[in-house]
Design a protein around this ligand. Structure first.
Ligand code: AMP
Ligand code: ZN
Length: 497
């Protein structure tokens, strides 16, 4: 049975619409990337992870996806940050692009096909501004160029704002009264800004200056995906003014619809407010990754639908890692059970494919991450049942079913970017982190385990039990396996922190 057709929530239509590629079998997606003046925080990471999983899923369904995510490396915030550090603005931006790449590697984000930067697309940006002036929707004013909002009929269609309710886009308000005098109407926004002394600039027909924030995405999306493309994404805060202005610019320049479907991810909150650099309530991605596995963070992000708010807390993250560790333990156990064995051909128990079907039902319905995780969880429950309390006696049937379920885990998990690691290696790394976090004396653990082995060899089971209890008091749980005793840090205590 083929998986269901994909439906996507389109912010513009305010409803789920069927995914209908412009070119059959192909999809172009543009995601607004980071403004590189600082380290990224978990809020940014959530949005980029959402689109990472969306692209992975679309590819898994056979679409040839061209994924473009830009870097805003020319911006007022970059200039301001560079004034504070004493660096050249471009050097600061390049430094934070490199830091971004390092950070997202820990999250295992797939590389976009194109990651264009503003600083290398000035000719394209200037060309589209010239077109807007020629089309009569933009005007020069004292070396600046503004988009005349009232000249674009559809303005407000994405954010559902009415012109008379609007002042200008937030980022342009920084210029205050002087800026108002330069504009014909208060809600007009800058396409080009003349440089003030000491600011970085590029030559243009109007002045030595730099582009406004929004025009870069119009210029770069049309260069890499064409004047009309399939999907455009970003966080909710970009709907207005950024995406509203992108629509105005692109559609006024080309006369065509910019994209078929607008996708917006909801916020990650910290202490009841959107995590944001301006509020100062941020947790940097790299600080989170220093404490726990990137996969746990990914699992935490996927616990909620991308269009719903998600609240961050250390406990939720620790819980996500604990849950992930149970899954990895199940995988380790299954792999040990089936490795190198041939269970032959024949029937399997139950219907292993039902979890995969459920997974696709969920992901096809506007990428319901949490529903997809629930399907994956169901798969793990079934694996555990077969390993621990098999409902059938026939070992070959159990083995074949486990092999089928394990393969399904592999397929679904790779779509979500989870369980890409070798289970034993992942579990050992986590144990090492917990050992450090809880200050566990591993030399003492090893000594107690050796004493217990000796007690067992001497058939002194009371002493062996006492030593197990002593280890437990250190938050260490002993596990006897065919390969000998191993141990783990008791995870629930970590989750209570
Ligand atoms: P910026 O670098 O501020 O332009 O943000 C990069 C991306 O992160 C944009 O798509 C934003 O919408 C998104 N973003 C910023 N803050 C949050 C947050 N707290 N939760 C989710 N996404 C966010
Ligand atoms: Zn953008």
């Amino acid at each position: 049975m083929s998986p269901p057709a994909i439906r996507v929530f389109n912010t513009l239509a305010q409803q789920k619409v069927p995914l209908a590629p412009i070119v059959p079998g192909k999809l172009g997606i543009y995601v607004c990337g980071p403004t590189v003046y600082s380290f990224i925080h978990l809020g940014n990471a959530r949005t980029f992870t959402s689109f990472d999983v969306i692209v992975r899923y679309l590819r898994s369904r056979g679409f040839e996806v061209r994924y473009v995510r830009n870097f805003t490396d020319v911006d007022d915030k970059i200039i301001k940050a560079a004034q504070e550090t004493g660096e050249a603005p471009q050097a600061l931006a390049d430094r934070f692009i490199a830091e971004f790449q390092k950070d997202v590697a820990g999250l295992h984000l797939i590389e976009p096909d194109v990651s264009p930067k503003v600083s290398t697309h000035l000719p394209e940006i200037i060309a589209i501004i010239q077109k807007l002036i020629a089309n009569g929707v933009a005007y020069e004013s004292n070396g600046d160029v503004y988009f005349q909002v009232s000249k674009f009929q559809g303005y407000g269609k994405l954010s559902r704002k009415k012109l008379d309710e609007l002042e200008s886009g937030t980022r342009e308000l920084a210029g205050g009264d002087t800026l108002k005098e330069l504009k014909r109407e208060p809600y007009d926004f800058a396409l080009w800004k003349a440089a003030k002394p000491g600011e970085p600039s590029w030559p243009s027909p109007w002045s030595a200056g730099r582009p406004g924030w929004h025009i870069e995405c119009s210029a770069m999306s049309s260069k890499y995906l064409g004047e009309t493309f399939d999907l455009h994404g970003g966080g909710l805060d970009l709907i207005f003014p950024h995406h509203e202005n992108e629509i105005a610019q692109s559609e006024a320049a080309s006369g065509k619809t910019l994209c078929h479907c607008w996708m917006h991810g909801n916020f990650l909150d910290l202490e009841g407010a959107k995590m944001s650099k301006s509020l100062g309530n941020v947790v940097r991605l790299r600080d989170a990754l220093a404490k726990l596995d990137g996969e746990a963070l990914r699992y935490f992000f996927l616990s909620t639908h991308y269009r719903q708010q998600l609240s961050f807390s250390d406990k939720m993250l620790a819980d996500a890692e604990t849950r992930l560790s149970y899954f990895y333990e199940t995988l380790k156990k299954t792999d040990e059970r089936v490795a190198g064995k041939d269970f032959g051909q024949g029937p399997v128990h139950g219907e292993p494919e039902r979890f995969e079907r459920e997974f696709h039902e969920q992901m096809s319905d506007d990428f319901n991450f949490s529903g997809a995780l629930a399907a994956l969880s169901g798969l793990f429950n079934e694996v555990n049942l077969l390993c621990d309390k098999p409902p059938v006696k026939d070992k070959a049937v159990v083995g074949r079913t486990l092999v089928a379920l394990r393969a399904a885990v592999g397929r679904l998990a790779s779509v979500l970017g989870l369980f890409q690691d070798e289970p034993a290696a992942w579990l050992l790394r986590r144990r090492e982190r917990l050992v450090v976090a809880r200050g566990i004396d591993t030399a003492k653990v090893d000594a107690l385990i050796a004493q217990r082995q000796a007690a067992r060899a001497a058939k002194d089971f009371a002493e062996a039990d006492r030593l197990r209890g002593e280890l437990k008091a250190m938050n260490v749980e002993l596990m006897d396996t065919p390969a000998g005793a191993t141990w783990k840090v008791i995870p629930t205590l970590q989750a209570e922190d």
